[in-house]
Design a protein around this ligand. Structure first.
Ligand code: ARG
Ligand code: ZN
Length: 458
């Protein structure tokens, strides 16, 4: 497979589906080769008190070579059967891989349906960005009869068989069956609730391509509140312990969408939502696609607007490689800093100067990082955010937001890399000197000078 590299000349014409590129350099044991998943249909019967699941996952895959034996990521759990296009397949387990021997060869370019029946009690996996620290785990977690799943950068394999690498994006459907009065929340929109007497199946649909790490499932006794962002619903699924003031805080995403759309282009999904988690062990919010996840009390505007910004930058346009996570976190940091200062340019500049002082004091290295332990560092967040500020100071506000709009629209639904962004910035600005500027901020160790506005740039 060729790596997708949009040249500046082609950048407007890259809307064709990109192939799965396989293993990330930072997390090489995750991800599989030979196929590209088009869709996941994940039916899970969940017992929230016992924390057990019984699942049927149906993956529609396109073969990228002739498929005989292939693997999927699946950690723990017990597999009872695998079928390829309805025919029973032999399978085995090897570490966190499920190995499948297709009963017939699937020819390159052909589509196959892979059905996996599995179940048990999911076990979270060690967070590879904090190796050796048992407090940092990922995947399916559980707190007081309330399971929830968060998998950045990996962990999907704790609750469904996946091609758990960032370039293989797919549509998702979740069918989560729970006892009354529990409710289930997942990405996208609730398209059906099937009544089964004492049980109910909640069907959630995410038709736009999504990375495996953004897939989320929550079971709790949620209370729903709704606001509108134009014609788009903004929903908040709050646990009983969520304070009403916090629910209001999450609903502010509606006003934030209305503010952001003219700046960066249309919100990429049919609706937006937020779901809350009571588990005190959860220490971060996550931009789970079209349904962000927030730990108790994390309803500050800065966090709410940060996760919302990721829907454009991080989710709809996602990273091909984890070293480039500034393409998500740098953008979210920039927008998070802009929101409270949106009507006061001088205050925004001052806030950015504050970030710059921090970067200087900590001698933050370049925004593109060198190893898995650095992906959530302030190189990614702060130097990443300052990179965008340096770009805006160079090209001015108008061209800067044209760049962001083009980026979000040209690469909508795709995995991208830093080079794609540099090409886009040069192409839209028509200014070749943007290239060395971005190179210095993104790849070179010395912190460039604080970016003053270029004369003439408004
Ligand atoms: N992407 C999240 C945010 O900035 C942070 C996640 C940090 N930690 C983790 N293990 N994923 O909104
Ligand atoms: Zn973030």
């Amino acid at each position: 497979m060729t790596r997708h590299h949009a040249s500046a000349a082609l950048v407007g014409a890259v809307l064709a589906a990109t192939p799965a590129l396989a293993n990330d350099e930072f997390f090489p044991t995750f991800g599989n080769t030979g196929y590209d998943v088009q869709s996941y249909d994940i039916a899970l019967d969940v017992d929230p008190a016992k924390n057990t699941i019984a699942g049927v996952a149906t993956l529609t895959v396109v073969a990228e070579r002739q498929l005989g034996v292939f693997t999927l990521d699946l950690a723990g759990l017990t597999v009872s059967s695998v079928k390829v296009d309805g025919v029973a397949a032999k399978f085995s387990r090897d570490a966190d891989k499920l190995k499948v021997a297709s009963p017939f060869p699937v020819r390159k370019g052909n589509t196959a349906r892979v059905e996996v029946r599995y179940g048990g009690t999911p076990t979270p996996i060690q967070d590879p960005t904090a190796p050796g620290d048992p407090d940092y785990v990922l995947g399916w977690m559980h707190y007081k009869s309330a399971p929830y799943a968060l998998s950045e950068p990996v962990g999907a394999s704790t609750f469904y068989p996946a091609n758990d690498e960032p370039t293989d994006r797919a549509a998702f459907r979740f069918r989560i069956t729970v006892d009354e009065p529990f409710t289930a929340v997942a990405n996208g929109d609730l398209v059906d609730v099937i009544d089964r007497g004492a049980r109910r199946t909640f069907v959630w649909s995410m038709p736009q391509p999504m990375t495996t790490w953004l897939a989320t499932v929550h079971v709790n006794k949620f209370k729903l509140s709704t606001a509108m962002a134009g014609r788009r619903p903004v929903r908040v699924y709050a646990t009983a312990a969520t304070k009403p003031a916090d629910v209001k805080g999450y609903l502010k995403a509606a006003a934030m969408i209305t503010w952001l759309e003219p700046l960066v282009g249309p919100y990429p999904y049919a609706s937006y939502g937020s779901v809350t988690v009571d588990d005190p062990a959860l220490y971060y919010a996550l931009e789970t696609q079209a349904m962000s996840t927030f730990p108790t009390g994390a309803a500050d505007e800065s966090i709410v607007v940060h996760e919302l910004a990721h829907q454009w930058f991080g989710d709809s346009v996602s990273v091909q490689e984890w070293r480039d996570l500034w393409l998500a976190e740098g953008f979210a940091t920039y927008i998070e800093t802009l929101w409270p200062n949106r009507n006061d340019p001088a205050a925004f500049d001052a806030a950015m100067a504050g970030l710059y002082d921090y970067a200087k004091q900590k001698a933050l290295g370049p925004a593109v990082v060198d190893g898995p332990e650095e992906i959530f560092s302030n190189r990614t967040y702060v130097r990443g955010g300052l990179t965008l500020y340096a770009l805006r100071q160079k090209v001015g506000d108008k061209v800067f937001f044209q760049i962001l709009k083009s980026w979000a629209s040209w690469f909508r639904g795709q995995a991208v890399d830093t080079q794609d962004f540099i090409d886009t910035a040069v192409l839209v600005s028509g200014d070749q000197s943007v290239r060395p500027l971005l190179d210095a901020w993104l790849y070179q160790k010395p912190l460039p000078d604080f970016p003053a506005a270029a004369s003439g740039a408004a």
